[in-house]
Design a binder for this molecule. Sequence first.
Ligand code: ADP
Length: 441
Amino acid sequence: MKNLMAHEAWRLVWILAIGIIAGLISSHFWAAIAIVLLAYCVWLLHHLFQLNRWIEKGLKRSEAPTSSGVLENIISNIYRLKTSKKRSKKRLARLLRQFRASAEALPEATVILTTLGEIQWLNEAAENLLGLQTPRDIGQRIDNLIRNPEFREFLFAKDRTEELRLASPVDSAVKVSYRLINYGKERLLLTVRDVSVRERLDRMRSEFVSNASHELRTPLTVIRGYLEVMSEDKTCSDEVCEKMGIILEQASYMENIIDEMLTLSRLESSELGAAEGEIFSVSKILQKLVADAVQSGKAAAGQITINADEKLCMLGIESEIISVCSNLLYNALQHNPELTPVELQWFRSGSSAPCLLVSDDGVGIEQRHLSRLTERFYRVDSSRTRESGGTGLGLAIVKYIVQRHGGRIDISSTPAVGSTFTCCFSKTRAVKCDDEKNQQA
Ligand code: ADP
């Protein structure tokens, strides 16, 4: 930089010197200096115009104007900037090509959308699975191409953790699972997987369990019937009578397991529409369950308290909600010491969802078990729960029923303090009890 300034300063000094000499020789001192300076300005302007033309023509190296001093430096700097920009552009283009090639190769259909649902890019799998086409559908709103109210709701939902399963828009026999992820500024990544095989396997498993349970139930009923008749015959020796009692108990236990497996299969194989069901009072269900528990001696009077909003009714399958309430209540009684205080609540949460809460001041459950409690046959202490007649399927059934009613179950517990099971259902399940037309609250 310093060199350049010195170079230009020397050039000016030389020009001035030429002007002075020319002025002295010609005896028109100022006129000579003015002419020399004017010539310098013209020379400068000429080079600036050349530079401008070169820039406008696309900065080709072969056409770069020849100059010296600061102008030469400007030309070489512009050229350097151009080549480094070209290099980074090439690198970016290469990266973009690699990204596109890998996204193209993904077996999952991938679509990049704006937050308004406009398609920006999609891969080949998306064309096959969703029937979209490039470039025809680029810029189109995806909810105009995949016409389904559930899909539209999913696209604009705030919660992006859920996945949506629907028939493929191309082939109704193919089931696809949609997932949506927010990324970058105002962009959405939609991934779609073919889950037909998994669905078929799930269905086969469920049908197998259902069929096996049905097949086992009939002979077991016969065995239990005969056992009951035989155990009424008091002529047996003490030892035989005792063993008969144990066999009968185990047969009943097996029957309970089979019944619950059949319940689970039934819940799995049928879907519940968002507005399906009857309207009933959850408060009354809780009162009846508590009265039954006290009457049967499973709970002491005053052991269970109820805090229920009597004006809040529910739209759903009453028998299923009875099953949820009784499973949670009997768990609180069976898995805790006698006289453990239990509280039942039925209320609207802050977000207006109707919620059932069952809490106890019992033994509690260690944190590591909590996420697994709703798995089939998962028990915290299998030997103890089997003694109490627990099948290990109760909470799995509760979870399924709550999900069918558009809700979820949350479990919190602290060892030696107690446990709380909260089931919050979809808002649309809340109904005012005293509303004659039973409109949604
Ligand atoms: P079960 O038929 O054994 O009751 P569940 O699926 O209903 O099966 O419950 C799973 C396990 O969770 C139970 O075996 C028990 O160990 C534990 N559990 C459930 N509710 C409670 C509770 N209120 N307090 C302590 N443990 C509980």
